[in-house]
Design a protein. Structure first.
Length: 212
């Protein structure tokens, strides 16, 4: 159980990539006061949690209704996560976190709309995170109690994410943009390894090969 919790926490932490979000968060909320910035961070995490829980509850059901085998979704999700990890490792911008993301913020933007886009979606609850929670709560392998535990791990991960965002300004002053880029690349390598394991695991189940 401990190994499962650690694996899920590390997987979600890497996919959500909170340290890579620091510079983006500061750029998008540059025109806000400290209190408004904290409110935007809290709302963004809340909206992201709601979106990801939605995918935990009905994500696999949607696949079933569309006639898509979960193993196929696992391979597709693994490939997307692999590309996502490669982008992170090479220093490319993740979806919703490029320079254009900051341009959506202007004086007329409300804190609520800012929290929804681009912070909650797609920066926090992006495609990679959606795919990951579906795969981690596979109904074929995990009972309801296991899925509830995964949801609790997700909540804990997002809570840590919120704490990091609340401390965004002092953290960036300490590690700088260079430090954030290094962390982004390291997490990209880890995410690529996790994605490769997902893909190989799907083929291992399909072909009946020995476990890796």
């Amino acid at each position: 159980m401990t190994e499962k919790l650690v694996f899920e926490f590390v997987t979600l932490f890497v996919v959500l990539e909170p340290f890579g979000m620091l510079a983006v968060f500061l750029a998008v909320t540059a025109g806000l006061e400290a209190g408004q910035r904290r409110k935007a961070a809290a709302l963004a995490i809340l909206y992201a949690f709601a979106v990801l829980v939605f995918f935990v509850v009905v994500g696999e059901l949607l696949l079933i209704q569309m006639g898509i085998p979960l193993r196929a979704f696992q391979v597709a999700g693994g490939l997307l996560l692999l590309l996502y990890g490669i982008e992170m490792s090479l220093g490319a911008h993740a979806p919703g976190t490029g320079p254009s993301a900051a341009s959506h913020t202007d004086s007329s933007s409300s804190i609520n709309s800012l929290a929804v886009y681009p912070l909650a979606i797609p920066s926090i609850a992006g495609p990679g995170a959606m795919l990951t929670v579906v795969l981690l709560t596979d109904n074929r392998e995990h009972a309801v109690i296991d899925q509830l535990i995964t949801t609790a791990v997700l909540g804990s991960t997002l809570l840590l994410f919120l704490l990091i965002l609340l401390a965004a300004s002092p953290i960036m002053q300490v590690i700088g943009q260079g430090g954030a880029n290094v962390l982004r690349r390291v997490m990209g390598v880890i995410l690529s390894a996790i994605a490769a394991n997902m893909i190989l695991g799907a083929f291992q189940e399909w072909l009946g090969l020995p476990p890796l």
